[in-house]
Ligand binder design. Structure first.
Ligand code: GLY
Length: 293
């Protein structure tokens, strides 16, 4: 691995973004990507960069994660999050957590634990016991400023040592049954990372993404194709299931890939080839650079 190469890409959900919130989506993604990029520029780890970026997106009520999480059919908030270290294949994930201010922090703490996924009360209790900030779910905004189809946030990063991390966080889909868990905390569905191949983070209709193991399909494609070509494998299965999804990916050479079939996909990225952050609400707004450009 060329130690000058680093890259980060974040997303704020595959959905329809109303014009009056477009700038908030661009700005929120840009702030998160810049915070992660700052870690990577000075030689920090991909895990730290992904954790920092997703934590910032969780704190921004523009996005359906953490503070901005939507309500389920019972009017409650249940959040899922996951992070994966492509160096060790360690995974940390939480699902249906109700009290964690930043579910991604609990997921990151699980990277060091034997368990890879804690759900519900167990996830909340784990976070509380290790000193993470907990909230009263009733104190979350009743109607976060959201766009229809609001969805997951995520990040993929590669650091100067060639290590790759992927992360996701979501409040799930609005109005679903209590206890429902989507793709975001499931490896090979909403995320995956392997230093030998690359990393992916997805957004969209969790049941459809899980049914066709969409994350693993992108990973398999990246074994033979650069990230920008591999991500296009999402279109056929999403067409078949009449579902919406978006994906961000970085391959082992540091190339970025982005694809979505939703109206919009809030994004921001930066890399050693293009160190300044660029953000967008549609993939066509971005010219993604090669690391050697
Ligand atoms: N993609 C997030 C969810 O379906 O829960």
């Amino acid at each position: 691995m060329d130690e000058t190469v680093w890259a980060i890409v974040v997303h704020g959900g595959a959905k329809t973004i109303q014009p009056d919130t477009a700038e908030a989506h661009r700005r929120g993604c840009a702030i998160a990507a810049e915070a992660g990029a700052e870690i990577l520029r000075r030689g920090g780890s991909a895990i730290d960069a992904a954790l920092r970026a997703v934590r910032i997106l969780e704190d921004d009520p523009t996005f359906n994660a953490g503070q901005g999480s939507v309500k389920n059919a019972a009017g409650e908030t249940e959040m899922d999050a996951a992070i994966m270290d492509g160096k060790t294949l360690a995974i940390g994930a939480v699902a249906a957590a109700r009290r964690l201010a930043n579910p991604i922090e609990a997921a990151a703490a699980l990277l060091e634990a034997p368990a890879i996924l804690l759900v519900g009360e167990g996830a909340d209790r784990f976070g509380y016991n290790i000193g993470l900030r907990c909230i009263d779910p009733a104190s979350l905004p009743a109607s976060p400023v959201q766009s229809p189809g609001h969805d997951t946030v995520g990040c993929v990063a590669i650091d100067r040592a060639g290590h790759i991390a992927a992360a996701t966080s979501t409040g799930g889909l609005e109005g679903t049954l209590p206890g429902r868990v989507g793709d975001a905390p499931l490896p090979g569905c909403g995320f995956y990372a392997d230093d030998r191949i690359g990393g992916v983070s997805l957004s969209g209709e969790g049941e459809a993404i899980a049914r066709c193991l969409l994350g693993s399909r992108v990973m398999r494609a990246m074994e033979n194709e650069p990230a920008d070509e591999a991500v296009t494998v999402i279109f056929e299965p999403m067409d078949r299931l009449a579902a919406e999804a978006g994906v961000i990916a970085i391959d082992a050479a540091g190339r970025i890939g982005i694809a979505h079939n939703s109206d919009h996909f809030a994004l921001a990225c930066a890399s050693s080839a293009c160190p300044g952050v660029i953000s967008a609400i549609h993939q066509n707004e971005l010219k993604v650079s090669e690391p050697d450009d």
